[in-house]
Design a binder for this molecule. Structure first.
Ligand code: FAD
Length: 291
């Protein structure tokens, strides 16, 4: 199914993100995680591409496995180090696997390469244009409620996002955020600037306090004092941090639903137990009677 159709039906949508195995790592643990996550009946599951050393070829295999578990898959695809031919090969493989949805991404700039080679895709918008012209995928893209770290001004970042949407995106998914007010202000700005596609709110349940402090420092994500207090107090106690991280993410999601946001994407970090606990907390909210 195409994700734009899932989002159009107006019911609360909860989706999950998963990483494929790293190069030469076994598939079994990832497949087990997918099977457990599929039992939670997410609206769809996204599979990352090449991020943090995860083998790119494994994205298609895991996305295909997601669909064999009865869940719509969204395959991520990055373009920074791609060629026209490599993108054509990737899209053929995705089409052959029955994948209908692609998240079009630039990918992170490698630290040791000062500029992208001539002729390559420079921005995600180049990939969106290529796929819109040559395929019938439902296309998603990334957006940044706290501005992309390489962009100095939010207005410029939103202008670039609008260009990406006008090139053919059907929806966008946000970078993680820990303060819903930042998301609400951003969404209102997007609507004012003419970005009208569905915006899926990306939620990261934090179960490793130290790791998240480092990630947020790198990405510039704001940590509210209530969140910082939790990490300071429980960051070194895995069981306590799990309880606190699940509760914090659940509260963020309930607040989003209460404020009319219908689509939430959970960055599961391949931990089905975290997603299971959040979904258990949302059972009444997501039940058919309440939709
Ligand atoms: P772009 O949309 O190209 O934007 C990148 C920067 O360029 C921004 O600062 C933007 O303002 C600027 N820009 C855009 N267009 C123009 C233009 N025409 N002229 C000048 N400047 C412009 N990474 C992975 O490697 N694998 C993944 O699977 C993955 N999944 C992700 C999923 C989500 C939901 C998110 C939010 C991020 C994901 N990332 C992933 C990280 C992503 O690749 C990085 O954040 C990357 O730095 C930017 O990707 P983008 O697609 O947003 O790029």
């Amino acid at each position: 199914m195409k994700i734009k159709e899932i989002l159009a039906d107006g019911r609360p949508s909860v989706s999950f993100e998963i990483f494929p195995p790293k190069k030469d790592a076994p598939f079994a643990p990832v497949k087990e995680a997918v099977e457990r996550l599929a039992r939670q009946k997410p609206s769809f599951m996204s599979v990352t591409y090449g991020a943090s050393g995860h083998a790119q070829a494994n994205t298609v295999a895991i996305a295909s496995f997601v669909q064999s578990c009865g869940v719509t898959a969204l395959a991520h695809l990055t373009c920074l180090s791609a060629t026209r031919d490599s993108i054509a090969n990737e899209t053929s493989a995705l089409e052959a696997a029955g994948i209908k949805n692609v998240l079009c991404l630039r990918g992170d700039m490698p630290k040791d390469v000062p500029s992208t080679p001539p002729g390559s895709f420079r921005h995600a918008v180049d990939l969106v244009r290529t796929l819109r012209a040559s395929t019938s995928f439902c296309l998603g893209g990334a957006c940044y409620p706290e501005c992309h770290p390489e962009c100095e001004h939010m207005e410029d970042d939103i202008r670039h996002l609008r260009e990406k949407v006008e090139a053919g995106l059907d929806f966008v998914t946000t970078q993680m955020f820990f303060d819903n007010n930042i998301f609400y202000r951003y969404l209102s700005k997007l609507r004012d600037r003419g970005v009208t596609v569905p915006v899926i709110a990306g939620i990261m349940p934090v179960t490793n306090g130290k790791q998240i402090a480092r990630i947020c420092k790198l990405s510039g994500t704001y940590l509210p004092s209530r969140f910082k207090a939790i990490v300071d107090k429980f960051g070194d106690k895995p069981d306590a941090m799990l309880d606190a991280g699940v509760t914090y993410a659940t509260e963020q999601i309930i607040d989003l639903f209460a404020n009319g946001i219908n689509a939430v994407h959970i960055y599961t970090m391949n931990k089905p137990e975290v997603a299971e606990r959040i979904m258990a907390n949302l059972r009444g909210i997501l039940s058919d009677d309440d939709r």
